[in-house]
Design a protein around this ligand. Structure first.
Ligand code: BGC
Length: 746
C-alpha cells in the first residue's frame, strides 16, 4: 500500500521533515487564504491584472485606495488602522478581492523607529556614505537589506530612495541623500530601489522635487528654469525612475514655480508620467496634498497620510462630475499595477526573524567602502598596532557610540540610545541618537597591547593634555543633522574646532575622524596628519572605522559632495529662511487652511544647473576637498585614454595600481561641452570602481549615456546634443583628471 507521507508519525527525526513538508503550508493557509480571481494569473502583465481588479471595484473601494488612514505609529487603534502594521502610513486594500493594504514605513538607512513596536532593524551607514562608495552593487545590497527587513517586520512598502541633490550643503537631510551630482545620485538611487523591490516590497523615490532645504519646506516656492531643473535635480530623478523602476514616487512639500509639487502638472504629468513614462503611482509627502480636483488632475494618485482631499471630497467630486471617472480609474490602476509589479500581491508579506549578524556585516562592509580618507601626511595611516604603546581617544562619546541621522529616517538602536541610561533609549523626533558601536572598544581590540586613554573632548585644554604624551591621538568629531532643520553654517559645533586645533598642536600624530552627514569647514586642516570622513556610520560603524585605521581595509570612498572652504563660497551664502507667517500654522489646522497652504516665500536658484562642483568650477572658487576626492593606502596611475564616438560614446583607459597593496579605485569620467552649449563647467558622465592587486593594471571601457552629454532644450522640450568638440577627461577626482581627449560629436 502506498504510504501517505504526510500522515507518517512513527519516528522523531521525520517530525521535522513532516512539519516542513506538511505543517508549514497548512499553517500558512490558516494564516492567509491565497487571493483568487482572474487577476491572480501570473502570466498576465501587471497592467492587465490591475485592469481585471479595477473592473470589479465599487466607487468606495476605489476611493479607499487613494488615501491613507492616518499615522498608525502615533495614533490609537481605530477600525481603519487596525489591520495596519503600525508604521507611518497605511492605505486600505480591497479585502473582498484579495488586494492587501499598503503598509508603509520610512526606511532611508534602515526600517524607521520600530522600537516602539518591539522590533529592531539594521542601521546602515547614512545614504551619503553609500554614495561615497560610488558602488552600484553596494547600493543594491543597501536597498535589498532594507527590503528584507521591511518584509520581516510586516511592511510591504518602503518610503526610502531620497535623491534630492545637495544644492545647499547646510540642508539637514543631506545625510539621507546621495550627493550633489545627478548621474552619481540617480545611478545609485536606481540600484537601491532595485534592491528594495527585489524583496517584494514597493519601492519609492523621494522627494520630488527641489526640496533642497528644510527651512520653510512647506511654504517655500522654488524658482528655477526648466532647463536648469531638467539638467540637475530632475535628472537625478529621471535616472532613478527610468533605471530603477520604483513602484512609487513621493512628491515633496515645497512649491515649484508657483505650484505645490504635489499638484504641479509640469512635474507630475508632463515630466514624470509623459516624458519618463512612469507607470507607477505618486503619493504625497506627509501632509503635502493641498487640493482635490487640482492635485488629481495634475497627477497625484494617493494622499498621505490622511484623507483631507482624496476621500469624501474626492468621491463627491466624482459623483458631481468634476473629476472624470477615467481620471479616478487611472489613479487606481497605477496603484494596483504597482502592487502587482512589486510582487506584494503574489508574495504576501510575512513576518519573520531578521538575521542581525548578516545585517551588521552588510552595514560594516558598506561603511568600509564609503569612508573617505581626506588627508594622510607621511603615511600616518594605517596605524601599526605592533608598534603602538599609547593611544589617546578623544571626543564624540567615542567610548560608547557613534551618532546617527535624525528625523523620519531615524533607526532605533537595539538597547536604546548609547549615551542615555539603560532603558531610557526611546527615540524621539529630532534628538541625537548614538548607536552602541564603540570606537574605543574597536581600537582596543585592534591594539590590545597599547595603553588607551579616553577623554570626552568637551574641554580643549584637557583634551590636549590627554593627547600630549600619547604616540597617537585619535579625535572623533561629529555634527548631528536631521529632517526639519538646516545647519546654521558648516562649522563643527560644541567647540570641536578648538579641541582638534589644540590636540593637533599637542600631538604631531593626530588623526581626525569625522562623523557628519554634511560637509564641514576645517580651519585646522593643516594641523592633523590624517583625516577620515566616516559619515553617520551605522550599526557596526566602529568596526569599519577600526579596520580602516589599522589597515585591514584600504579606504576607497570618494566625496559625493564638495567640501567648500567657507559658506561665503556657496551659491547662496545666506540660506533664505521663511518669514514667521510662513513657518507654521497656529493651532489645529482645518481643511480650508491646509488647502491654501502657508503663505509662500521665494527662493530663486539663479545658479541654475550649477550644483556643487559645477558651481565652484564655473565660479573659479577653490575648495577644501573637491567632489570625487578620496585617498587610498596605495596609489594609482591613469593612462592610454581612447574615446570612441558613435551613438554611445565610449571612454577606454588603463588604471594601474602603482603601490604595494591591493585597493579599489573609483575612476571618474567628466565632459566639457562645446562652447555653444553655454555651460562652461565640466559634468560627471560616468564612473567605475576597479579592484586592483598591488602593481596590477586594468583597461576598462565606460559607455557614456548620450543624455549625459546633452543639454535640455526648452524650445524643443527635449534633450539635444550640441554638435561640436567635447573634451572627455578621466581621473581620480573632479580636480585631478590627468587624461584628456577631444571628440567631435554631431
Ligand atoms: C518626510 C518623508 C517621510 C514622511 C513619513 C515626511 O515628513 O519628509 O520623507 O517619508 O514624513 O514619515
Amino acid at each position: 500500500m502506498k504510504q501517505n507521507f504526510c500522515s507518517a508519525r512513527s519516528w522523531i527525526p521525520a517530525l521535522l521533515l513532516f512539519l516542513l513538508v506538511c505543517g508549514y503550508p497548512a499553517a500558512a493557509q490558516r494564516r492567509q487564504p491565497p487571493p483568487t480571481g482572474p487577476w491572480m494569473n501570473t502570466s498576465l502583465s501587471p497592467d492587465e491584472r490591475a485592469g481585471l481588479v479595477l473592473k470589479e471595484m465599487t466607487l468606495d473601494e476605489k476611493v479607499a485606495l487613494l488615501h491613507g488612514v492616518g499615522m498608525p505609529t502615533d495614533e490609537p487603534v481605530t477600525p481603519e488602522n487596525a489591520p495596519s502594521n503600525r508604521g507611518v502610513g497605511y492605505a486600505a486594500g480591497v479585502p473582498r478581492l484579495g488586494i492587501p493594504g499598503i503598509d508603509m514605513s520610512d526606511a532611508a538607512y534602515g526600517v524607521r523607529s520600530s522600537g516602539v513596536n518591539g522590533r529592531y532593524s539594521t542601521a546602515l551607514p547614512a545614504n551619503v556614505a553609500a554614495a561615497a562608495s560610488w558602488d552600484p552593487d553596494a547600493a543594491f545590497e543597501y536597498g535589498a537589506l532594507i527590503g528584507r527587513e521591511l518584509r520581516a517586520q510586516g511592511f510591504n512598502m518602503s518610503l526610502g530612495g531620497g535623491v534630492n541633490l545637495t544644492r545647499d550643503p547646510r540642508n539637514g537631510r543631506t545625510f539621507e541623500y546621495l550627493g550633489e551630482d545627478p548621474v552619481l545620485a540617480g545611478t545609485l538611487a536606481a540600484k537601491l530601489i532595485e534592491g528594495t523591490q527585489s524583496a517584494h516590497v514597493i519601492g519609492d523615490i523621494k522627494h520630488y522635487a527641489l526640496n533642497d532645504q528644510e527651512s520653510g519646506r512647506d511654504a517655500v516656492n522654488i524658482n528655477i528654469s526648466k532647463r536648469a531643473m531638467r539638467e540637475s535635480d530632475l535628472l537625478a530623478f529621471e535616472v532613478g525612475v527610468t533605471e530603477g523602476n520604483p513602484a512609487a514616487v513621493m512628491c515633496s512639500y515645497n512649491r515649484v514655480n508657483g505650484d505645490f509639487a504635489c499638484e504641479n502638472e509640469y512635474l507630475l504629468k508632463d515630466v514624470l508620467k509623459k516624458d519618463w513614462k512612469f507607470p507607477g503611482f505618486v503619493l504625497s509627502d506627509w501632509g503635502g496634498t493641498h487640493s482635490t480636483e487640482k492635485a488629481s488632475g495634475a497627477g497625484l494618485d494617493n494622499e498621505e497620510p490622511g484623507d483631507f482631499f482624496f476621500s469624501d471630497k474626492y468621491k463627491a467630486a466624482v459623483e458631481a462630475g468634476t473629476i472624470p471617472t477615467a481620471e479616478l480609474d487611472e489613479h487606481v490602476h497605477r496603484i494596483l499595477r504597482s502592487m502587482f509589479a512589486a510582487g506584494v500581491i503574489d508574495y504576501p508579506r510575512q513576518r519573520s526573524v531578521i538575521d542581525p549578524f548578516a545585517g551588521f556585516e552588510t552595514a560594516r562592509k558598506i561603511e568600509e567602502s564609503g569612508i573617505v580618507l581626506l588627508k594622510n601626511d607621511r603615511a600616518a595611516l594605517p596605524l601599526n598596532a605592533a608598534r603602538l604603546h599609547t593611544i589617546a581617544v578623544i571626543g564624540s562619546h567615542s567610548d560608547v557610540g557613534m551618532i546617527s541621522g535624525g528625523g523620519s529616517a531615524q533607526v532605533d538602536p537595539i538597547g536604546g540610545n548609547a549615551i542615555m541610561p539603560e532603558g531610557k533609549g526611546a527615540t524621539h523626533w529630532q534628538e541625537e541618537i548614538w548607536f552602541p558601536t564603540s570606537p574605543l572598544k574597536a581600537i582596543l581590540a585592534r591594539a590590545p597591547k597599547a595603553t588607551v586613554k579616553y577623554d570626552p573632548g568637551t574641554d580643549p585644554a584637557a583634551a590636549a593634555a590627554a593627547a600630549k604624551g600619547a604616540e597617537v591621538a585619535i579625535v572623533f568629531a561629529y555634527e548631528w543633522a536631521s529632517e526639519g532643520m538646516d545647519l546654521p553654517d558648516l562649522t563643527l559645533p560644541h567647540q570641536q574646532d578648538e579641541v582638534i586645533a589644540q590636540v593637533a598642536a599637542a600631538n604631531p600624530h593626530t588623526i581626525v575622524v569625522l562623523e557628519t552627514g554634511n560637509p564641514v569647514t576645517m580651519p585646522w586642516v593643516n594641523a592633523p596628519s590624517a583625516i577620515l570622513e566616516a559619515w553617520f556610520a551605522g550599526s557596526d560603524g566602529a568596526d569599519a572605522v577600526g579596520n580602516v585605521l589599522f589597515g585591514s581595509v584600504n579606504p576607497s570612498g570618494k566625496l559625493p559632495n564638495t567640501f567648500p572652504k567657507s559658506v561665503e563660497d556657496l551659491p547662496h551664502p545666506t540660506l533664505v529662511k521663511p518669514p514667521p507667517e510662513s513657518e507654521h500654522f497656529s493651532g489645529p489646522v482645518n481643511r480650508e487652511q491646509w488647502a491654501k497652504g502657508l503663505p509662500p516665500f521665494q527662493v530663486t536658484y539663479d545658479e541654475g544647473a550649477k550644483v556643487g562642483y559645477k558651481w565652484y568650477d564655473a565660479e573659479k572658487k577653490p575648495v577644501l576637498f573637491p567632489f570625487g576626492f578620496g585617498l587610498s593606502y596605495t596609489s594609482y596611475k591613469y593612462s592610454a585614454l581612447q574615446v570612441t564616438p558613435g551613438d554611445t560614446v565610449k571612454a577606454t583607459f588603463t588604471v594601474t595600481n602603482t603601490g604595494a597593496r591591493e585597493g579599489s579605485e573609483i575612476a571618474e569620467i567628466y565632459a566639457m561641452l562645446p562652447e555653444a552649449a553655454g555651460e562652461p563647467f565640466k559634468r560627471l558622465v560616468g564612473f567605475t570602481k576597479i579592484k586592483l592587486d598591488a602593481k596590477a593594471k586594468q583597461t576598462v571601457s565606460v559607455e557614456i549615456d548620450p543624455k549625459y552629454l546633452s543639454i535640455f532644450d526648452e524650445t524643443k522640450d527635449g534633450w539635444m546634443l550640441v554638435p561640436g568638440d567635447y573634451t572627455i577627461m578621466v581621473g581620480g577626482s573632479s580636480e585631478d583628471l590627468p587624461l584628456k581627449a577631444i571628440v567631435n560629436l554631431k
